[in-house]
Design a protein around this ligand. Sequence first.
Ligand SMILES: [Zn+2]
Length: 431
Amino acid sequence: MSAEKKTLVIRNGTLIDGSGQAASRNDAIVIEGNRIKSVGALPPDIRLEDRGNVELLDAGGQWIMPGLIDAHCHMSYGYPAIKGEGKGKGTTRPEFSTLKSARSAQKVLRSGVTSISVPGGTWFTDVGVRDAIRLGLMEGPRMFTAGRMIITYGCIEDDEPSWEGTPDHAIGKLCNSADEMVTEVRRQHKHSVNFIKMADSRSGDSQMLAREEIAAVVAEAHRRDLPVAIHSRGAGSTRAAAEAGVDWIMHADLATDADLEAVAKGGMPILPTATFLGQVVELGQKVSPDQVQLDFTRMKRHFDLLCELMHKARKLGIKLLVGTDTGNNTFMRHGELHGKEMEIFVKYGGYTPMEAIVAATKGNAVAVGLQGQVGEIAPGKLADVIVLDADPLADITVLQGGKHLSWVIKDGRIVDLGPRDDLLTFRHAAE
Ligand SMILES: [Zn+2]
């Protein structure tokens, strides 16, 4: 951060600090550089009238909380759909894909999401966008990103016939042996991914990744300090992932009670990701039927199982991460749905609004590699803060779509929110 940056002080308002403590009256939050310096009484050395060095935000009558973290957000495929390309999964042009990713990243941040975890995309697009944000070329959320998903024949994202394999614009990367997977982990590490994503079968009915393969990926990735996440709906893959020590498991809806006990013993969180399924169920017939993977009956079943899982996880002491799968399909638009998973946690998962907020802030920090660093408004934490004109504890849906945001602060800087109608307009090339 540059030396001329002013000290930022947020006064008044109601503070929801992300720790789970009850909301309380805010006196002063002081931000210096990209960190929170103090929370509470205004330190005597801060002179509010020194406008040359102090910028004051008055949040009177408003609600202050940590920036949201979406633990499951794709950037480089799925949206917008372009006629004749890639089955609606993306484009075959890396240049276009990168620009689209960059624009989507801006929309994500402007909706109050200050960090995202990106479990898979095309080429190394997401790595490039992450670095462009880091270097200040453009505004966007903190991005913690995987490369293409490590898969075998028959896994999700193995969409082409075997003689085509998985070209670079595919989200999956075929690796049909543990050796090939280890090589791919090394290749992705060389290209600076933040974590490794593996993916078992689409629906979890049969296990595609062998236990030895999962273990081999975990061993190699961990040796290189890369966490491993796995798309695993099934029982067998969930158990194997738990026993191999993956860092988080995505979905796990077909896991048996005994498998979930193995997850509890392994100590890793589950990222249910019910939003995408919830949208499919809600949108019903509006979604084009040629998108073959959208079998509504199956989606409804997964959705119901995930809601059950939320209750089971609490009993077993399994932590849940909060993510939406935004960007995985044409109707999962960036900037719109990142708060939806919290609504589902509250409506169907037995969470209080406060528990859902904590899960999507402090709790989600692990999914962006910043556990203990971000997601809380406390001295020493990274200064990612949002201010809302409505109370998210009274209505958790006010966190959706950025409609109630007064300010978004990321890394200690106030984000330009742009024109308010901009967030929801992103023309589909296909329309
Ligand atoms: Zn996904």
